[in-house]
Every structure is written in structure tokens, then in C-alpha cells.
Design a protein around this ligand. Structure first.
Ligand code: GDP
Ligand code: MG
Length: 323
């Protein structure tokens, strides 16, 4: 039987449950989940190997055990852009949609259709990429019969390949979803090895976990002015060494991030280290630095350096078979 694979883009309004879905599908905490919208700034890669069925023998060769590989991309919440970073985010959304094999448009089943939804649906239509509609948060629905009129309503607005009710939070409907997704993907190669998500995304996730702590600990303009880059990521069986820099835009923000006698940075570092340890499953030695990089949000070069696609290119480069 043939192997199917491809890139799948998760799209939806802020708060629809995109990051929750990504994490539920991949089974790990990949994306920051927050009740506050727009905390996901970059596209994140999640890799799912979908087994043919639950009883496939462990010993069988990979080609026979799996039906396909899904590479998930988490887009930043769609919104009307108001800065260079915002425009970059929207450009990323459009690019992602055109470059992927399937779109998963996720909507909060509860929420009333508004102009922002029309805006998103237009993006889907313009991309001409096949799309599934996911009606999320059905765990909040007291009566599942309420789903039928909702589904009927969405069948009219676009020619979705599938309309699937799910609960990302309670992991309802996800097996069905994965089966449908693999079926909809083209025949293709396994882009990533079965057991490894590669250290580059892990490295990137480490940066996100650090940024999450900054978001939790700081307020007002600081969270928006901050980005994190992992400078070193060395994995040993017993210890992972991480060095990362928190970039902000002004010296005043740097002072807040450091805190009195470095207390704030210490707090952020300790909490982030524990999260990274949970993710990698070993002890972590984390070194954190804070740097002022005025106007980084408007620096194309700097934003490109942060981009995971660059990291992906590096992986692809280092994996090229010698020929
Ligand atoms: P994103 O902005 O689209 O990435 O949304 P998040 O994944 O960060 O989720 C936003 C909020 O909705 C969080 O508080 C989630 O816990 C909540 N949420 C996501 N999925 C579900 C779901 O299936 N059921 C319920 N009840 N809440 C959900
Ligand atoms: Mg998110």
C-alpha cells in the first residue's frame, strides 16, 4: 500500500484552538497555548506518523507500519496587520496556505460568524488549496444534535472536502481527523525519520518555552517587544545544554527583564528550564542572556534569522545524500 505525506496548515482566528490541536495531535507541548490571543508568532512544525491501524506489528518495516506522515504548520492567528511584524505574519499565513497540501480551517463551534471569519475564508478560497473545516470545542455543546444545523450552514459557504466536529482539548474526533487527512494527502516520501522530530524544531520549541515565561512574567509593552533565539543546543544522553538570548527593543525593557539583581531573569530561566526538561526528558543546563536590539520587529534581516524555515533548510542541507 502506498505512503501518503504532505504539509498541512492549521488556520483559524485567534483563540479557535489551533495550538491546542497541534499539541494534541503531536502529543507534546509544541506551541504556546494561551487564553490571550496572538501569542503564537511563528509557524511551528509538528510531525505526525499515522499508523495504518492500532495493531500493526511493531517489528514490521516502517513502510508497512504507517499509512502516512503529516507535517503540521501552526500559523499565527489571522488578524488585520498593523505593524511590520503583523504584515510579516499575514504574509506568512498566505505563503503557508499556497505552499501546503491541505488546510485545516478550525473554528470555534460556538462563536458567531463575523467579518474576520469572512476574511479568513477568503484567504482559503484564494489559495485554491483543498480544505477541511474543523468545528472545535464540541465538548462545550450540551446537545450534539446542535451540530447538524451548524454543519449545514458551513456546507453552503465553501466547498470543504470534509467537515469534522472535534474537541482539541478533550481529544475527541482526532483519530478520525488523522485518517481523513492522510487520505487527502498525495502519495509522498517520509520527510522526517520516524523517531526524531530533529533537534532544530526542538531547539525552536525551547525558544518558545522561554518566550512563554517572558509572557507570563512581564506586562504592557514588554511581551510584544520580546523574541527569543536559541544560540546553542547540545544534546547529551544525560544533559542538554541550551544557551539562548532574549531580545528586546529598549534598555528599559532589558532592565525589567533582568529585574533587581537579576531576579526576574533567574525566575524566567528556572521556569523555562523545567519546561524544557519536561520536553526533552533529561536534565537541562540553561544559560539566558538579554540583549537590546532596537527595532527588531521592523528588521527583515533579523526576522529572517528567527525564521524556522531557515532552520529547516539547514536540516535539509545537512541531510542531503552524497551524490
Ligand atoms: P489559538 O489561538 O487558536 O492557538 O488557540 P489556543 O489553542 O491557544 O486555545 C485558546 C483557548 O481555547 C485556550 O484557553 C484553550 O484551552 C481553549 N480550547 C482550545 N480547544 C478547546 C476545546 O476543544 N474545548 C474547549 N472547551 N476549549 C478549548
Ligand atoms: Mg496559538
Amino acid at each position: 500500500m502506498s505512503f501518503h505525506s504532505g504539509f498541512v496548515c492549521i488556520l483559524g482566528r485567534p483563540n479557535a484552538g489551533k495550538s491546542t490541536l497541534l499539541n494534541a495531535l503531536v502529543g507534546e507541548k509544541l506551541a504556546i497555548i494561551s487564553p490571550k490571543p496572538q501569542t503564537t508568532r511563528n509557524r511551528i512544525l509538528g510531525i505526525i506518523n499515522v499508523p495504518k491501524n492500532k495493531d500493526s506489528q511493531q517489528k514490521a518495516p516502517q513502510e508497512e507500519r504507517y499509512a502516512g506522515q503529516i507535517i503540521l504548520i501552526d500559523t499565527p492567528g489571522v488578524h488585520r496587520p498593523d505593524s511590520s511584524l503583523g504584515r510579516k505574519m499575514m504574509a506568512e499565513v498566505r505563503e503557508a496556505l499556497e505552499g501546503c497540501d491541505l488546510i485545516l480551517l478550525i473554528v470555534d463551534a460556538y462563536h458567531k460568524w463575523g467579518p474576520d471569519d469572512t476574511y479568513i475564508l477568503d484567504l482559503v478560497k484564494k489559495s485554491a488549496t483543498p480544505a477541511f473545516l474543523l468545528l472545535n470545542k464540541i465538548d462545550l455543546l450540551a446537545d450534539k444534535r446542535g451540530l447538524l444545523p451548524l454543519i449545514a450552514q458551513f456546507q453552503v459557504v465553501h466547498n470543504f472536502e470534509e467537515i469534522i466536529p472535534i474537541s482539541a482539548l478533550k481529544r475527541e474526533g482526532l483519530d478520525d481527523l488523522l485518517r481523513c487527512v492522510v487520505k487527502a494527502l498525495p502519495k509522498g516520501p517520509r520527510y522526517f525519520p520516524e523517531d526524531q522530530v530533529t533537534d532544530q524544531p526542538v531547539r525552536f520549541m525551547a525558544a518558545e518555552l522561554i518566550r512563554e515565561q517572558v509572557l507570563l512574567e512581564t506586562r504592557e509593552e514588554v511581551p510584544h517587544a520580546v523574541t527569543v533565539r536559541v544560540d546553542e543546543f547540545e544534546e547529551d544522553p544525560k544533559l542538554v545544554r541550551v544557551a539562548a538570548t532574549i531580545y528586546c527593543e529598549r534598555d528599559g525593557q532589558k532592565a525589567i527583564l533582568l529585574g533587581k539583581g537579576g531576579q526576574m531573569l533567574k525566575k524566567i530561566g528556572t521556569a523555562a528550564r523545567l519546561d524544557i526538561e519536561r520536553m526533552v526528558g533529561t536534565k537541562v543546563f540553561l544559560q539566558l542572556f538579554v540583549k537590546t536590539q532596537p527595532g527588531w520587529r521592523d528588521s527583515r534581516q533579523f526576522l529572517e534569522e528567527l525564521d524556522w524555515r531557515r532552520q529547516l533548510e539547514q536540516i535539509a542541507g545537512s541531510r542531503k545524500p552524497e551524490s
